[in-house]
Design a protein around this ligand. Structure first.
Ligand SMILES: NC(=O)c1ccc[n+]([C@@H]2O[C@H](COP(=O)([O-])OP(=O)(O)OC[C@H]3O[C@@H](n4cnc5c(N)ncnc54)[C@H](OP(=O)(O)O)[C@@H]3O)[C@@H](O)[C@H]2O)c1
Length: 550
């Protein structure tokens, strides 16, 4: 028999009342699941924590109980077991807790060639990622529907939005989770049960080490587990699915509008170029520790200041060139000879860099200083920020319109965005260059210079003849005669260097024993062709399990 305490948690609080019971979090011993458990404990929900590692779970449960005064029951079970859902239910009932919110978070990935992955691991992954969430939802959803309240979160992934080579089975399991969640959102929503399919992008957790994921710098950026949880808890009950992070939303839209073959080939190329991932769990933990928390806010503010100063500097240069005098844009009294009737409007352009950073600065401040799941505070700050931004845009924008400065305003916004982007690229450049082989670096340089030459071959005559109305001088002929062949030759050289670099990487991959054995197979086939029938590369034999019978 489950009593009132069980129904409404430790103190009959709002969240327990909303869902009608305790929160069950699978995979609560690390990463996103741990962040879910912390956030829900902060909302004073009693917890049922599920994972395999008993010691880790027990210590975590004691910490939450001491910190938040909630009950935290531990259920150490392997969710790959066919009877796992029944075991979890029995444990919850034995503890006298009813499940109000189910967070189906436990899961793992498997990176590598489909034909080389261990079939037992592939099917276990399907069990843990798909069968267990469905079985758990099937176990608890009827009670929720009968009560007329409850919640279920399925942790999917951004990988659910496209077929992903090398993550083929994992990505498909996440499509399954997303689709089940969205369908249940409609089905169970009628009975008052809130369902959400949550799609995180890249989050540095133990996931990377366990799956062999080699991605370190994903297109959607890297998130913290707390951000994922904040996204989930604010979306739950409002929509069927949520993607964490604006960049991930953009990526998900892009991969839906592009043809699938294009997306898949791009993904293949992306993975093929990555350096091997052999990071240990400890290395990942160290990386997580250094990328999370404190330094981020300071770095963002420093970037904004650098951008602001750069835009202001360009302001000075452009203004001086246009007026043929050295012009300081602000403060106004330094530039005593300023003779424009609308100087304040013109000055406003210098502030554009500051204005466009208002929302970004506010978002970073919230992330850094406001408790992660204080949804009401976040909403209030967002509303305040939008109001301030709206007022400034209305005020300064109105003045700019009045003095016909629209084009300048747009130009400064674009300039600010470009400089911000360049600073970001510049920050990541040393790490990227360090990861490249000298050949690939040379290929990049050759391709860059080649593009420059080819663009100049078109732009230069257009400007000289088309805009400046100069005649086709001998010099221009010579210039174009140089740009075109030099550009084409450099392009060909870049292709050659790039092919060599790929080959170098294949050998390095073989020597490192890295996962994608498609590369090993291709290498073996090539080696077989050029060597005598019995001469087999010993590196291939050690790295390729199905080589013997080919
Ligand atoms: N990290 C990412 O970049 C990312 C991106 C998109 C989606 N996701 C999804 O987010 C979820 C959580 O991943 P995470 O990043 O937090 O990874 P994580 O740090 O490795 O956490 C995985 C959790 O699942 C538990 N777990 C794994 N296998 C289990 C099994 N057979 N039975 C019971 N519990 C099991 C683990 O505990 P034990 O090992 O002790 O069992 C751990 O608590 C996964 O579903 C993953 O697919 C992650």
């Amino acid at each position: 028999m489950i009593g009132e305490h069980a129904r409404f948690g430790a103190d009959g609080n709002a969240w327990s009342r909303r869902f009608g019971g305790a929160a069950l979090v699978t995979g609560a011993s690390s990463g996103i699941g741990e962040a879910f458990a912390r956030a829900l404990a902060a909302h004073r929900m009693d917890l049922i924590l599920v994972a395999r590692g008993h010691e880790r779970l027990r210590a975590f449960a004691s910490e939450l109980e001491a910190e938040h005064g909630v009950r935290a029951v531990v259920v150490p079970v392997d969710l790959g077991r066919p009877d796992a859902a029944r075991v979890v239910r029995a444990a919850a009932e034995a503890a006298g807790l009813s499940v109000g919110l189910l967070v189906n978070n436990a899961g793992y990935g498997l990176f590598g060639d489909f034909t080389e992955q261990d079939p037992a691991v592939q099917t276990d992954m399907i069990d843990v990622n798909c069968r267990a969430p469905v079985a758990l939802a099937r176990e608890f959803a009827p009670d929720m529907a009968n009560r007329g309240c409850g919640g279920i979160i399925f942790v999917s992934s951004i990988a659910a939005y496209q077929p992903t080579p090398y993550f083929s089975v994992y990505a498909a399991t996440k499509v399954f989770d997303l689709f089940v969640a969205e369908a249940l959102w409609a089905e169970l929503g009628r009975h008052g049960v809130e369902v959400l399919g949550l799609s995180p992008g890249h989050v540095r957790t133990r996931f990377q080490a366990r799956s062999g994921d080699p991605v370190t710098n994903p297109p959607g950026g890297v998130s913290q587990p707390e951000e994922i949880v904040a996204t989930a808890l604010s979306a739950l009950g409002r929509k069927p699915s949520a993607i964490s992070g604006l960049r991930n939303v953009a990526v998900s839209v892009l991969v839906r509008v592009l043809p699938r073959t294009v997306v898949m080939h791009a993904a293949m190329r992306y993975f093929d170029r990555l350096p091997p991932a052999c990071a240990s769990v400890e290395a990942v933990a160290r990386a997580t520790a250094t990328t999370s928390g404190n330094g981020r806010f300071v770095r963002t503010v420093a970037r904004m200041l650098a951008t602001f100063l750069a835009v202001s500097f360009i302001d000075v240069v452009v203004c001086s060139l246009v007026t043929h005098k050295l012009r300081f844009w602000f403060p106004a009294w330094i530039d005593a000879h300023w003779d424009s009737p609308d100087s304040w409007v013109t000055y406003s352009q210098s502030y554009v860099a500051g204005i466009v950073f208002i929302p970004l600065l506010a978002a970073e401040a919230v992330r850094e200083f406001v408790p992660k799941v204080a949804a009401a505070v976040r909403t209030a700050i967002t509303a305040g920020t939008v109001a301030v931004l709206g007022f400034i845009v209305w005020w300064k924008g109105g003045l700019m319109l009045q003095y016909h400065k629209e084009q300048e305003a747009v130009a400064w916004v674009v300039l600010t965005a470009v400089i911000w982007g360049l600073i970001r690229v510049g920050e990541e450049l040393p790490a990227r260059v360090a990861q490249m082989s000298p050949r690939r670096l040379a290929a990049w340089l050759a391709r860059g210079v080649s593009v420059f030459f080819l663009v100049m071959a078109v732009v230069d005559p257009l400007l000289c003849v088309g805009v400046q109305k100069l005649p086709w001088t001998k010099g221009l002929f010579v210039e174009v005669g140089f740009f075109v062949p030099a550009g084409v030759a450099l392009w060909a050289l870049a292709r050659r260097l790039s092919a060599d670099a790929t080959e170098d990487r294949r050998v390095a991959v073989l020597e490192s024993g890295f996962l994608p054995p498609r590369i090993a197979t291709a290498k073996r086939n090539r080696t077989d062709e050029v060597t005598s029938e019995n001469a087999v590369d010993p590196r291939i034999e050690t790295n390729n399990t199905f080589g013997a019978d080919q």
